[in-house]
Ligand binder design. Structure first.
Ligand SMILES: Nc1ncnc2c1ncn2[C@@H]1O[C@H](COP(=O)(O)OP(=O)(O)OP(=O)(O)O)[C@@H](O)[C@H]1O
Ligand SMILES: [Mg+2]
Length: 232
C-alpha cells in the first residue's frame, strides 16, 4: 500500500466570532494519492480556502491530524513548517503575488535559488518557455497582462518541482477566455511534472478533468465524485 500524499483525519477548524466559536470545517476525513488531481468545489464560505490552507501547512486545525507523505504536519513548529513548504509545496493564488521589483525570470528563479537548485537559470527559462513567455523574461510584472502574470506565477510554482501544488481559484481575477487558457496550462504542467494538484475552482469544465471532485458545503464534505469523465 502506498502512503497517501496528503491525509487528514477528523480535522476541525473553529474560529472565534464575537463571543462564540464558529465551526469552519467540521470533522473532515480525506486522503489524496501521489499524482492525483483533486478539485475542490462548493459555495462561497463553505471552507475551501480554509481547507487548502490547512493541507498546505499555512494554518493549523483546531483538532484532528494532517499528514503529508506520512509525516504529521499539524504538530510541526513554524520553522519545520516553512521547510516543508519550501521542499514539497507550491502555490498559485487568485492574486498572482509576483514580486513587482523582480523581472518575470527573476520571479521564477527566486524559489530555485532559495532551494539551492543546480542550473536554476536553465530550469527557470524552460518553465517560462513552457508557459509561452520565453521571450518575456526581462519584463516586470507591471509590463505583463493579468493572464501573463498568472502564467509566470505558474512557472514559479512548478519550477522547484513541488510534490504538491495548491491552487486557490487561480483564474478568479482573469476573464473567462484567459482563465481557461491558464487552467489548461496548469493541468498540462501538472501532468508533465507528475505533480499532485489540489485545485479550488468554480470552473466545472476544468473540475471535470480532475480525478476526483470534492464538494464542500458548510464545512463538511457533501459528496465526492470520481473519474475524469464523469459530470462535475
Ligand atoms: N479569520 C477568520 N475569522 C472568522 N471567520 C473566518 C475567518 N476566515 C474565514 N472565515 C469564515 O470561514 C468560512 C469559510 O471561509 P473560506 O474562505 O474557507 O471559504 P471559501 O469556501 O474559500 O469561500 P470563497 O468561495 O468565497 O472563497 C466563511 O464563513 C468565512 O467567513
Ligand atoms: Mg476561498
Amino acid at each position: 500500500m502506498t502512503v497517501p500524499r496528503i491525509e487528514c483525519r477528523a480535522i476541525v477548524k473553529r474560529l472565534p466570532s464575537g463571543s462564540a466559536l464558529l465551526t469552519i470545517l467540521d470533522t473532515l476525513d480525506l486522503a489524496i494519492e501521489p499524482g492525483e488531481f483533486v478539485a475542490i468545489l462548493g459555495p462561497s464560505g463553505s471552507g475551501k480556502s480554509t481547507l487548502l490552507g490547512l493541507l498546505a501547512g499555512l494554518d493549523r486545525p483546531t483538532s484532528g491530524e494532517i499528514r503529508i507523505d506520512g509525516e504529521r504536519i499539524d504538530t510541526l513548529d513554524e520553522d519545520a513548517l516553512a521547510l516543508l513548504r519550501r521542499r514539497k509545496v507550491g502555490f498559485v493564488f487568485q492574486s498572482f503575488q509576483l514580486l513587482g521589483n523582480l523581472t518575470a525570470l527573476e520571479n521564477v528563479l527566486l524559489p530555485l535559488e532559495l532551494a539551492g537548485v543546480a542550473s536554476a537559470r536553465d530550469r527557470a527559462r524552460e518553465l517560462l518557455a513552457a508557459v509561452g513567455l520565453g521571450e518575456r523574461g526581462h519584463h516586470f510584472p507591471s509590463q505583463l497582462s493579468g493572464g501573463e502574470q498568472q502564467r509566470v506565477a505558474l512557472a514559479r510554482a512548478f519550477a522547484p518541482r513541488p510534490a504538491i501544488l495548491f491552487a486557490d481559484e487561480p483564474t478568479g481575477n482573469l476573464d473567462l477566455a484567459t482563465g481557461a487558457r491558464v487552467l489548461e496550462l496548469l493541468v498540462e504542467l501538472r501532468s508533465r511534472e507528475n505533480t499532485t494538484l489540489v485545485l479550488v475552482t468554480h470552473d466545472r469544465e476544468v473540475a471535470r478533468l480532475a480525478d476526483r471532485r470534492i464538494h464542500l458545503r458548510a464545512g463538511r464534505i457533501e459528496r465526492i465524485a470520481c473519474g475524469a469523465a464523469a459530470s462535475a
